[in-house]
Design a protein around this ligand. Structure first.
Ligand code: 13P
Length: 255
């Protein structure tokens, strides 16, 4: 049985007092929610604060990106070891907001996937097609290309070390979430593809949906059989709303 999982991708948002309020609200709002998992991915400067506030809770925290290098002359970059030093267990890899600005390629996502798992981090590996690709009917082709780039580098068994996230670019930040049926069909397809390569990996890997998930549509989306949770952007900036999503996952989960 795959546990439901809710991940906040706070993107480049927050402040020290704002994070404090959010994390306090989240801790309080999920204190009795033991049937699902919760992760908060904050900008790197706030990892220390996340660690200090979440260390004694069931909520995990993570980075939003990292370098594939361990150390060296890479101005502005953060290494996997640095994330680990601040208690991260997770890191988002291959978010479309980086891919589509030319900061990440299929190949570099694979390299960072390997560097993350080597450091003991669990990648939250994002895939998804642009609006143009969606309209041309290329969703399957694009997501499989992105997925294969990683499988080819790490091998199918190592894919089990990650959490997959399908985030159609056209749904991110637009208020137009995929319908539960549509999201389910894509996630079912992706899971089926992994199952064809390795039944155990495919059946056990957690796959999230992301893109305008909010407190009103979360329960419906997450109740679909292949949707194991959500990767939440905008709705993670409003404490009460994010808590409601976490509580919806908890309701759907089993102890
Ligand atoms: P929104 O929830 O704001 O659409 O963002 C989704 C996302 O990009 C999470 O990584």
């Amino acid at each position: 049985m795959r546990r439901k999982l809710v991940v906040a991708n706070r993107k480049m948002n927050g402040s020290v007092p704002g994070n404090k309020e959010f994390l306090e609200g989240l801790i309080k709002g999920t204190r009795d929610c033991h049937n699902a998992d919760y992760i908060v991915c904050v900008p790197h400067p706030y990892l220390y604060q996340a660690q200090a506030m979440l260390a004694d809770t069931e909520i995990a925290w993570g980075g939003q990106n990292m370098s594939r290098h361990d150390a060296g002359p890479y101005t502005g970059s953060v290494s996997p070891g640095m994330l680990v030093e601040f208690g991260c267990k997770y890191v988002i890899i291959g978010h479309s907001e980086r891919r589509n600005r030319g900061q990440d390629s299929d190949n570099s996502v694979g390299e960072r996937f390997q560097a993350a798992t080597k450091a003991g981090l669990t990648p939250i590996f994002c895939m998804g097609e642009t609006l143009e690709e969606y309209e041309k009917g290329l969703t399957d082709l694009v997501t499989i290309r992105q997925l294969n780039a990683v499988i080819q580098q790490v091998g199918i068994k190592n894919l089990a070390k990650c959490i997959l996230a399908y985030e159609p670019v056209w749904a991110i930040g637009t208020g137009k979430a995929a319908t539960p049926d549509h999201a389910q069909s894509i996630l079912h397809f992706l899971r089926g593809y992994v199952i064809l390569k390795d039944v155990e990996v495919g059946e056990n890997i957690r796959i999230l949906y992301g893109g305008s998930m909010n407190a009103s549509n979360a329960a419906q989306l997450m109740s679909m059989p292949d949707i194991d949770g959500g990767l939440i952007g905008g709705a993670s900036l409003v404490t009460e709303e994010f808590v409601r999503i976490c509580r919806a996952a908890n309701e759907l989960g089993s102890a």
